[in-house]
Design a protein around this ligand. Structure first.
Ligand SMILES: Nc1ncnc2c1ncn2[C@@H]1O[C@H](COP(=O)(O)OP(=O)(O)OP(=O)(O)O)[C@@H](O)[C@H]1O
Ligand SMILES: [Mg+2]
Length: 364
């Protein structure tokens, strides 16, 4: 699934429910990051598996196997990489795929690693090809060939590396070439979080931010956080503002709901854009099917914004389906917007009717 693009589209960049980190997130996230595995909320499977991998390595006095962390933005990949370093009591070096454009960049980093160091390579799917190939050998044999000179006179000088642990992170595991994927000893697939898990994230963060919050208040924020801890923490900060300015600073369910109403994040985590798309689909097109282009024009957004920013979450929530005939609302969409679904065979959900020959209707 293409999670990256959910963040790349112009007008949607400043959404409160965007999964990618904004400037404020980056400033506060370090303070909210769990420091060890026991503080890391949820992801039970991944936590158990990782715990075993790391404990076993520690018992053997060896460096841990290479770890690949895959999952949507804001689910805790960077956080886990730091936890791995902390659990291994090892230093961590942080870089990213886009920062390594030449194999030489990678060689410089690799050759300066200490024994046992954790190399965190974020957005590993965006590394250049030559660097990737150098990485294969480094991961497998702890060796790189440094090419000296150019053309026919060029020679490869082998360079031994100290054993290290590569922790790669990607939002797009499917884009990794199989030889690279195969060189990781352990792959952690991060899932979206359950509401009760996000509730714990919110309560924990509130504690760190010194904000008073009750269980219902935390649940209210959790339910609107789209399965993503980063969004939960961001909504918490906006609710805190509201509680401070409009109330006595304490967060209850009522305060959380009122605050997020101001920011137009509804009970299920849909924002103005998401609701706009759903509303157009239901009210103008009787629930569909309608083509993407037509829907985008009706909402007044770019096609890409509807397709890449709004739809992935609506599909994930089971509110909208992409079919070969166009976009279709599910019964849950009608319920969510408080509308009556049309009874099949009556008006409101016409079988191909007037205008069905338009290209947009089939341009799914
Ligand atoms: N399991 C968790 N428990 C508590 N807090 C978490 C958890 N996972 C993530 N967070 C919080 O969510 C925020 C975002 O997490 P993180 O930066 O690790 O996400 P990411 O997967 O690296 O995102 P990206 O793909 O954008 O780099 C962090 O500030 C962290 O505090
Ligand atoms: Mg990250």
């Amino acid at each position: 699934m293409n999670w990256d693009d959910e963040t790349d589209t112009g007008s949607a960049a400043e959404r409160l429910v965007a999964p990618a980190a904004d400037g404020e997130d980056q400033a506060v996230e370090a303070a909210l990051r769990p420091k060890d595995l026991s503080e890391f909320v949820g992801q039970e499977k991944v936590r158990q598996q990782l715990d075993l991998v790391l404990k076993a390595a520690r018992q053997r006095g060896a460096t841990a196997d290479h770890v690949l962390l895959s999952g949507a933005p804001g689910l805790g990949k960077t956080t886990l990489s730091m936890i791995i370093a902390a659990e291994m009591n090892a230093p961590i070096r942080i870089t990213s795929g886009p920062a390594i454009q030449h194999a030489g960049d990678l060689a410089a980093i690799l050759s300066s690693l200490q024994e046992g160091e954790i190399l965190f390579l974020d957005e590993i799917h965006r590394m250049s090809r030559p660097a990737e190939e150098m990485l294969y050998m480094a991961m497998e044999d702890f060796r790189v060939d440094v090419i000296v000179g150019k053309g026919p006179g060029a020679t490869a000088i082998p360079l031994e590396l100290p054993p290290f642990t590569l922790v790669g992170a990607t939002t797009r595991a499917g884009l990794l070439p199989p030889p690279l994927r195969d060189r990781f000893g352990f792959t952690a697939h991060m899932e979206f979080y359950e509401p009760h898990e996000l509730e714990r994230v919110v309560r924990r963060s509130a504690g760190l931010l010194d904000v008073e919050i009750d269980t219902d208040g935390a649940a209210e924020i959790a339910g609107r956080s789209r399965g993503t801890p980063r969004i939960a923490n961001r909504l918490l900060r906006r609710v805190r503002d509201y509680a401070q300015v409009r109330a006595d600073g304490r967060i209850t369910r009522e305060i959380a709901a009122a605050a997020l109403a101001v920011y137009e994040v509804d009970a299920r985590g849909l924002d103005r854009l998401d609701r706009g798309v759903l509303e157009a689909l239901l009210k103008l097109f009787g629930g569909g099917p309608v083509g993407l282009s037509t829907l985008a024009v009706a909402v007044g957004e770019e096609r890409e914004t509807v397709e890449e920013v709004a739809e992935p979450f609506l599909v994930r929530e089971g509110l909208l389906a992409r079919t070969p005939r166009g976009r279709v609302a599910t019964p849950a969409a009608w319920t969510h917007l408080g509308l009556e679904p049309p009874v099949p065979g009556t008006s409101g959900n016409p079988a191909p009717g007037p205008g069905s020959g338009q290209q947009g209707l089939f341009g799914a």
